[in-house]
Design a protein around this ligand. Structure first.
Ligand code: FPP
Ligand code: MG
Ligand code: MG
Length: 302
């Protein structure tokens, strides 16, 4: 393998990330294993362990591409790949990590798992693409935002949880649905908090620049909620905050509105749904840890 491709590909796998996806996948796998047979040890199978790695690889590849799209300079507290090695190498590195993830996935030789995790790639691209457009109608706009949030963030979590559930008990449709729905609500709540933190957290704490969504033209939940009481946001959303003073004014409006509180409330609703689904599994240490993790997502500061 080319030494520089190795160096750039390894750059973000430095344990500085939150590694929330592998944690979610491993805990879900063990909770499913335990649910399937409480007498057997809940130990991960090789396939389940591989899915944790594959999901983190898909996530990392998507972040590398995302940093090119967003022209971002900092990720996880250090310079992005695009800012160190340039856009071309960043795009190819993302492609390479994704291709290695695909090779690892095919080695599992499980057609259903391959189908479930391939859907994630489709969703990631469609979610990112949806983000490039703005909807005129306010009602449609919120649905568009939630659908985009599912595709961009929650699909990877939902499908990875479902994949380990399939490996735990291939014929148990109930288990597969519980795992998928848990991961989906967990992921939506996770992204809602991410969108909220973009308004309130500092760059240092997050390890990436905050207050970027408006500058990138994105109207996330706090703005969409604020728009109900401050319709002057409508025009700004449609022109994607491109006019001078738009970003500053939109921020002020969000601060005056209850948009951030409503966003937190919606994240808590999805957290509760996640907990409701995972609680349908037999009680185990891992199931309880997932309940705790769902709660940590909405109280996190980074
Ligand atoms: C981060 O969003 C980005 C994502 C969660 C998904 C990005 C997906 C793509 C670029 C499609 C290509 C996919 C693959 C698999 C190569 P953000 O910009 O809101 O978050 P940030 O603040 O962490 O940058
Ligand atoms: Mg970004
Ligand atoms: Mg982005």
């Amino acid at each position: 393998m080319l030494p520089q491709l190795r160096e750039v590909s390894n750059y973000l796998f430095d344990e500085r990330g939150k590694q929330i996806r592998p944690m979610l996948v491993y805990l879900t796998a063990r909770a499913c294993n335990y649910h399937t047979d409480p007498k057997k040890e809940s130990k991960l199978t090789e396939g389940q362990s591989a899915i944790g790695v594959i999901s983190e690889m898909i996530h990392t590849a998507s972040l590398i591409h995302d940093d090119v799209i967003d022209a971002a300079h900092i990720r996880r507290g250090k310079p992005t790949i695009n800012s160190v090695w340039g856009q071309k190498k960043a795009i190819l590195t993302g492609d390479y990590i994704l291709s290695r993830a695909t090779v690892a996935l095919s080695k599992l030789r499980n057609e259903r798992v391959v189908i479930v995790l391939s859907q994630v790639l489709d969703d990631l691209v469609q979610g990112e693409f949806m983000q490039l457009g703005s909807k005129e109608d306010r009602g449609e706009r919120f649905n568009h935002y939630i659908k985009k949030t599912f595709r961009k963030t929650a699909s990877l979590m939902a499908c990875s949880c479902k994949a380990v559930a399939i490996l735990a008990d291939p014929l148990n449709q109930f288990l597969h649905d519980v795992a998928f729905n848990f991961g989906m609500h967990f992921g939506i709540s996770f992204q809602l908090i991410d969108d909220l933190l973009d308004f309130i957290a500092s760059d240092d704490v997050m390890g990436k620049p905050t207050s970027t969504d408006l500058r990138l033209g994105l109207a996330t939940a706090p703005v969409l909620y604020a728009c109900d009481r401050f319709p002057e946001l409508d025009a700004m959303i449609m022109r994607r905050f491109t006019q001078s003073g738009d970003v500053q004014r939109a921020r002020e409006i969000v601060d005056q509105s209850d948009g951030m509180d409503q966003t937190k409330r919606l994240a808590c609703f999805h957290r509760d749904e996640a907990i409701r689904f995972i609680s349908q599994l037999g009680e185990s240490m891992e199931r309880n840890a997932l309940i705790q993790l769902s709660d940590d997502v909405v109280t996190r500061h980074k």
